[in-house]
Design a protein around this ligand. Structure first.
Ligand code: AMP
Ligand code: MN
Ligand code: MN
Ligand code: MN
Length: 300
């Protein structure tokens, strides 16, 4: 199962991606993906479209979401896989997590106006496919469009990260709640792109141990955000903490994303793929392609 081309982290216009769920599914199929999840930020509004598109294309599908969490003064992302998008408690939790985004966007626009960038609230909203989900990415696209920066990465560096004029500290969901909503919806919780957090060793240890104590299941090892050193580091962490391992591009846009859907390195053979946990729980819809060899179940 290690060689299965699973891509379990991607975004559509339902959050801060630039393609509709159906178009992301098509790219996944073109990229050779065999098992796909759309994981929009704090929102499951695209899941039925994603499911239908995947099954029409012969792609195995599982429900997905990426929940914004505040932990130790940082924003941490927890991906939920295998979730039932109709689950009421999950939907209510996500709605509460999204609720502050409008006001945050107004405050971001006020900060940007002081830095000489006007019209950012309306501008970001124009880029947002979902008015309930205005994200920093939409501001970044507006600021590039207005010619203030050449790339969205540059916008983040100059305007949208801590200490910069468009940054507004935000209280997201609690780690315990995010994991509880995901599990309650039949899913498994995954620490997204751990290499991106600016944690001390102690804080990182606390994140992993508290995540596990709350019932978390997996960690992303192979992601578009990890270089080879981080792939090794978090493969070791998966073993140390006895977590399943996940793989996902974090695809947002053909123009902006470094990693295409399905184009990541495969999961190291020493790890337990999170799709085994999903299969055991019956959370995968559509047929998984047969394994390349006749290898049996992978030993833990
Ligand atoms: P938000 O949830 O509104 O804080 O926006 C977070 C999103 O911004 C992430 O999911 C990424 O898509 C994007 N993002 C964060 N940091 C960067 C960066 N340095 N360069 C480009 N995009 C980024
Ligand atoms: Mn994003
Ligand atoms: Mn993320
Ligand atoms: Mn993401």
């Amino acid at each position: 199962m290690h060689l299965l081309n699973a891509d379990l982290h991607s975004h559509s216009t339902v959050s801060d991606g630039t393609l509709a769920p159906e178009a992301v599914a098509e790219r996944a199929a073109q990229g050779g993906v065999q098992l796909w999840a759309l994981t929009d930020h704090d929102e499951v509004g695209g899941q039925q479209r994603a499911r239908q598109a995947a099954l029409d294309l012969g792609l195995a599908w599982t429900g997905g979401v990426e929940v914004s969490v505040s932990f130790a003064g940082e924003t941490v992302h927890i991906v939920g896989l295998g979730i039932d998008p109709a689950d009421e408690a999950l939907r209510a939790g996500l709605a509460a997590t999204r609720a502050g985004r409008r006001e945050r966007a107004r405050q971001m626009a006020a900060g940007l106006a002081q830095a000489g960038i006007g019209g950012a609230f309306e501008g970001a909203l124009r880029h947002a496919g979902n008015p309930d989900l205005v994200s920093r990415t939409h501001f970044a696209r507006y600021i590039v469009e207005q010619g203030h920066c050449a790339h969205t990465h540059e916008v983040f560096r100059h305007y949208l990260t801590e200490g910069k004029p468009g940054f507004v500290p935000t209280q997201w969901a609690r780690l315990a709640d995010a994991v509880r909503w995901i599990r309650g919806a039949g899913g498994v919780a995954v620490i997204a792109h751990p290499g991106r957090y600016k944690f001390t060793a102690n804080e990182e240890y606390a994140l992993f141990t508290e995540f596990i104590a709350h019932g978390g299941t997996a960690v992303e090892v192979i992601t578009g955000s990890h270089g080879s050193a981080e792939q090794v580091r978090f493969a070791d962490a998966a073993l140390e903490f006895d977590l399943y391992a996940s793989r996902g591009s974090d695809f947002h846009s053909p123009e902006e994303s470094r990693t295409a859907l399905g184009a990541l390195p495969s999961l190291p053979g020493r790890l337990k793929p999170v799709w085994e946990a999903l299969a055991e729980r019956g959370r995968i819809e559509g047929a998984l392609a047969p394994e390349p060899s006749s290898a049996g179940p992978v030993a833990a």
